[in-house]
Design a protein around this ligand. Structure first.
Ligand code: ACM
Length: 506
């Protein structure tokens, strides 16, 4: 048979075409074992949402979802999709794999003509285990309905991790019962930079936060779609909103100490003060946050914490002396290790941006590489697990085409065209097989300084996220950029159908 293009992203690892076709009809019978009742519900929902013209005729057909122990070799996220005339089977050793098989089916159905899908057999499993997207809601707040829509998109493209950046200098977005001022004060700023002039304020108060009930609802929504939500609570820097809420948590013994929820973007000097009061506060916050997020990883930020205030604070200097630390960098390391001890009591793994290496990193922590790749090699040598999130290939707040042409609305800067994302290889070269196992996966970043609304989030996320989805799911030998761009055309039509905005690269 002539080679065919299968309109699925990320590209499945193994596709064998066969003769004939499966025709979806109004008389489709769905069967599934009890453990797959949730998958069956999803399938029924997908069938209801497919436009009526996808259903042709009323020939009987059958879709079976099954769990098969013999498929354990594909891993729990792997699946087999077997399409024959009148009969389709999705099987996996676990409900996760069945869910991913369903996502492949959804895309095939959408790209089909009148519900006719060619007979074939797909055997599929992911290249990497951490397939993520990060959304910054500190700079802008997008709300529950959007976050659910975003999670739906992650699921459709087989991403399994949603990193939720919930606290920033410009806003604290998660309710903490023990510290109500974090939201009554910290979730509000007096104004924001105006679009087109970063140094001028718009004179419009801005606010927003998630209640603990909202968070539980979103975490459950994501979990039903096999997406783990990783919360991020920033420390010791990017903490101005928390410090504005409780000024005693900052370095209050320095000159000109005036904490406020920040109204401009950029790196700010306000850091938590190293005191027992601060550690108690963070311990309390962590206790409430872990109760809401059942996943193993807890992100503590750790990036861009200027040392200026610690250098000028007699309290911080005394703390350095009392604890036998050499300097402020060792204080940063002490800070991270203290927090790791708290997280370990809750059976959580600390993960942070690559500055957590400063002054030495505990080998049991995990690290997210965003700057130079040399930090990745260093962490692997130190025994850490890492997630690749380099600004060179995964910062979706950068321009998508040459900014000199002024074709796009304002972005933070940089240039990250879709082909560069597609060619990204998160498995760095020159490492041992054991080190390679500790590269958990990769993640795209949606920093939101210039993502003024949800349309802009979608414009920056899509279609670059699809290129990343293929990077993390599909083995390099099965990837091809030209083929991807062909498949992308169908995916963009699917986005239109789902009322998702995107940048059209064609
Ligand atoms: C970062 O971009 N500051 C992690």
């Amino acid at each position: 048979m002539a080679p065919q293009i299968l309109n699925v992203i990320p590209k499945p690892q193994k596709i064998e075409f066969a003769e004939g076709e499966f025709v979806l009809s109004g008389k489709t019978a769905v069967s599934a074992c009890k453990e797959l009742s949730s998958a069956k519900k999803f399938l029924q929902e997908y069938l209801e949402h497919c436009t009526p013209q996808k259903i042709s005729g009323d020939r009987k057909c059958e879709i079976t979802l099954g769990l098969e122990k013999s498929l354990e070799n594909l891993g729990e996220e792997g699946y087999v999709l077997d399409i024959q005339p009148g009969k389709m089977t999705i099987a996996s050793s676990s409900p996760k794999g069945v869910f991913y098989g369903l996502q492949t089916f959804r895309q095939l159905l959408f790209s089909s003509e009148k519900g006719k899908i060619p007979c074939l057999k797909i055997e599929d499993s992911p290249r990497l285990g951490w397939r993520g997207m990060m959304l910054d809601e500190g700079r802008h707040f997008f709300g529950k309905e959007f976050v659910k829509k975003f999670i739906d998109m992650l699921a459709l493209y087989k991403m399994n991790s949603f990193h939720w950046h919930l606290t920033e200098d410009q806003g604290w977005r998660i309710e903490i019962k023990k510290y109500p001022k974090l939201t009554s004060v910290g979730s509000k700023r007096a104004e924001s930079p105006i679009e087109g002039n970063r140094n001028a304020g718009d004179d419009k108060p801005y606010e927003g936060f998630y209640t603990q009930d909202d968070i539980r609802e979103i975490v459950k929504y994501a979990g039903d779609r096999f997406i783990n939500v990783v919360p991020e609570i920033e420390m010791p820097g990017h903490a101005a909103a928390a410090i504005a809420s409780y000024p005693e948590l900052g370095n209050s013994d320095i000159m000109d100490y005036k904490p406020e929820v920040k109204t401009r973007w950029g790196v700010h000097y306000y850091t938590f003060s190293p005191t027992e009061k601060t550690f108690k506060f963070l311990e309390d916050v962590i206790e409430e946050v872990v109760a809401l997020f059942p996943g193993r990883y807890f992100h503590i930020g750790g990036d861009e914490a200027p040392k200026d205030q610690w250098k000028n604070s007699p309290t911080a200097q005394r703390f350095i002396l009392d604890n036998g630390l050499k300097d402020e960098h060792e204080l940063q390391s002490y800070f991270i290790k203290r927090i790791e001890t708290i997280l370990k009591k809750h059976n959580r793994v600390l993960i942070g941006w690559d500055e957590i290496q400063e002054g030495g990193l505990s080998p049991t922590a995990a690290m997210m590489v965003w700057r130079d790749w040399k930090w990745a090699s260093m962490a692997l040598k130190n025994g850490n697990c890492i997630v690749m999130a380099p600004n060179s290939h995964t910062y979706f707040d950068h321009y998508q085409e040459d900014p000199k042409e002024h074709k796009e609305p304002e972005a933070i800067g940089g240039l990250l065209p879709i082909d560069k994302v597609y060619l990204f290889n998160p498995v760095i070269e020159g490492i041992t097989p054991e080190e390679e196992k500790r590269i958990l996966g990769a993640q795209g970043q949606l920093w939101s300084e210039y993502l003024f609304n949800t349309d802009k989030v979608e414009f920056m996320a899509f279609p670059r996220m699809f290129a990343l989805a293929e990077v993390v799911w599909t083995n390099p030998e099965n990837k091809n950029y030209g083929d991807f761009m062909t498949r992308l055309k169908t995916t963009l039509a699917l986005l239109d159908h789902m009322k998702v905005k995107y940048r059209n690269p064609f």
